[in-house]
Design a protein around this ligand. Structure first.
Ligand code: DX5
Ligand code: ZN
Length: 223
């Protein structure tokens, strides 16, 4: 079985004290931190950029899992790697030359991922062509842009199909990450379907006790 991780999404954190918020989830046992980069063009929301990653990098050993929801992601890969990203995921819908983009990310020495929106199909041939440069497929379980949205159950089948295909081809190096509406109720469903990296924003940072919410979710993921 692939290693399972919780990736708390900073999008729902208190932005007036990001460093402390990161420390809470790190001290509670999280190993990954999910960073949502939105540009107001590809998605109807704006968040933050490499400057914020760089500032947090000094205070955290978490794996910085960078989710680019921006047009022209190729223009910003070096900036994010220099700021401290350990993994960069681009949206399939934003790329012109996906193979080139993933190879570029890998050449910078970090993990590379590709993300698919709820309405975007995942083609098995496509997976074959990019597999050597691929560490992760991020399956969106909400439409990207905002935290706190409702999980889209139709996507569960997409997770299962991808998982079956990865197993069939022995692509054991490729993780399945899910993002959107993940909480203690939906987590078991996506784990059952084959996801092994679970992003959770509001289920962690919007809770009264962030530390306890992190511990509870990690326990659920590993149960
Ligand atoms: C949405 C982002 C998510 C978001 C998830 O576009 O990609 O990472 O933070 O938030 P929740 O877990 O609240 O759905
Ligand atoms: Zn995300």
């Amino acid at each position: 079985m692939k290693d399972r991780y919780l990736a708390p999404s900073l999008l729902s954190a208190d932005f007036s004290s990001l460093r402390e918020q990161v420390e809470i989830v790190e001290n509670a046992g999280a190993k990954w931190l999910h960073l949502d980069i939105m540009d107001g063009h590809y998605v109807p929301n704006i968040t933050f950029g490499p400057v914020v990653l760089k500032a947090l990098r000094k205070h955290s050993k978490l794996l910085f899992d960078t989710h680019l929801m921006i047009t022209n992601p190729d223009d910003f890969l070096e900036d994010f790697v220099n700021a401290g990203s350990d993994s960069i995921t681009v949206h399939y819908e934003t790329t012109r030359h996906l193979h080139r983009t993933l190879s570029h990310i890998k050449s910078l020495g970090i993990k590379a991922g590709v993300s698919f929106n709820p309405s975007t199909p995942i083609n098995n041939d496509l997976i074959d062509y990019i597999a050597p440069n691929l560490d992760m497929v991020l399956i969106m379980t909400v439409n990207p842009g905002f935290g706190g949205q409702k999980f889209i159950p139709e996507v569960i089948e997409k997770i299962s199909r991808l998982n079956e295909y990865l197993n069939k081809r022995n692509y054991n190096h490729v993780s399945i990450e899910v993002d959107g509406g993940i909480d203690l109720n939906t987590a078991p469903k996506v784990l059952e379907a084959g996801a092994n990296i679970l992003v959770a924003g509001s289920a962690i940072f919007s809770q009264p006790n962030i530390s306890q919410a992190t511990k509870d979710m990690i326990k659920k993921i590993n149960s």
